[in-house]
Design a protein around this ligand. Structure first.
Ligand code: MLT
Length: 246
């Protein structure tokens, strides 16, 4: 299995995705939010790049069938129903509904992956499910870290490193990693006993805490706490094996 990791979506733009599995990582917070929404019974999560696309999609599905959610600068977008805090995505808020989600860095990446064989949303909260699925598929793997505002982020790289380490115990991958994947694995190995602290000390972790979301940072650091496998099917993320029509 060949594994390429991209530290930011900018670097990933020209990657060849034909026949590959793509794993998109945004630990803080869109991957975690997607897992929370599906765990709470949302029928699917539709990741959209911009606010206007999100509103258009929400209107197209029907306002009573879908929840419009998203953030800019970490805060709920004005007139949207929910922000991007996983804690908001309760059964009461999203159960039985589609969620249309737009976030600053995470959700736009999904629209660049149409040529991939499989697309999966990954956080620390669903790590074992993602690792098992990538191993089962056995395809070459492209890991895209959402980062922050075009830059590198420690929590996404750490999460990518954990996925690579999990696969390394089952596949011979040491000679087929790009340098960013090796870096991510090294970062994970040297911080694996202090995931939460490392994430809390990161730039986006500190920023979220400063605007009142320290509970999200703690929750997003909990490995396997939301064991769902969100996979792209017809433009929506749905739990693996499930396809509910809109
Ligand atoms: C993003 O996509 O930029 C993040 O999920 C931002 C956030 O923490 O809400």
């Amino acid at each position: 299995m060949k594994i390429e990791l991209f530290l930011t979506p900018l670097a990933f733009g020209k990657a060849d995705l034909e026949g590959k599995s793509v794993v998109i990582i945004d630990v803080l917070r869109s991957s975690t939010t997607i897992c929370a929404a599906l765990t709470s019974g949302a029928r699917g999560v539709i990741p959209t790049p911009g606010q206007s696309e999100a509103v258009e999609m929400w209107n197209r599905i029907g306002n009573d069938m879908a929840v419009l959610a998203g953030e800019r600068s970490g805060r709920k977008i004005e007139n949207f129903m929910l922000g991007n805090s996983p804690a908001e995505f309760t059964e009461e808020a999203v159960g039985g509904k589609q969620v249309v989600l737009t976030t600053t860095n995470g959700t736009a990446i999904f629209s660049q992956t149409s040529s991939a064989e499989t697309v999966i949303a990954c956080g620390l909260v669903n790590m074992s499910r993602v690792t098992a699925k990538c191993a089962e598929l056995g395809h070459d793997l492209v890991i895209v870290c959402a980062g922050t505002e075009g830059g590198f982020s420690i929590e996404d790289t750490l999460c990518g490193g954990m996925l690579i380490s999990g696969l390394a115990s089952q596949f011979k991958i040491s000679e087929s990693l790009n340098d960013a994947a090796s870096l991510a694995q090294l970062l994970y190995r040297s911080n694996k006993t202090a995931l939460r602290q490392t994430i809390e000390q990161g730039e986006h972790g500190r920023y979220l805490a400063s605007i009142g979301f320290s509970h999200d940072v703690a929750g997003a650091s909990e490995v396997d706490s939301l064991p769902v496998l969100p996979m792209m099917k017809d433009g929506r993320l749905v739990p693996d094996g499930q396809f509910a029509p809109v």
